[in-house]
Design a protein around this ligand. Sequence first.
Ligand code: HEM
Length: 144
Amino acid sequence: MKWLVLVHVLGATIWVGGHLILSLGFLPHALRTKDINIITNFEKNYERIGIPALLIQIITGFWMASLYIPFNQWWSLASPHHHYLWIKIGLLLGTLVLAVHARLMIIPRLTIEQLPSLAFHIVLATVLAVSFVIAGLSFRFIFF
Ligand code: HEM
């Protein structure tokens, strides 16, 4: 289990750290200078590390969840752990919808006029990323 947590936390640093750097560093710079290349260059480089990191999160996350809650008990909200599991699944679905929408609908025909819309996506994806961490820590520390 501790190796799973280690890999999961390393993946989290890449996913959450990448989004925070994008939201707090590159995005304000791009909005200030109205330069969409700042975002597209970041995305191009980050994608190669970020997408495998997200896949690792999904594999290790579902694996650990199955150790907390046997699969045949997943369709229930009987304990706080069930709640966190379903919060994580909800966050994952939200993240996937945002990523697919941005990748297929916004990034391929990105213009300066669409930068605020992409900015909204980026900030929302970052909020979801940080929420993953809070929900993840709640498995041990019952945050909410
Ligand atoms: C980008 C996506 C994700 C991020 C950033 C993330 C982040 C984290 C973090 C920081 C922890 C705390 C580890 C600890 O307490 O030591 C954690 C725990 C956990 N996560 Fe995730 N997670 C993600 C996706 C998922 C998914 C998709 C699932 C499965 C539904 C999942 C299931 C779990 C479980 C079961 C734990 C508890 C492990 C433990 O503390 O024993 N995670 N997560």
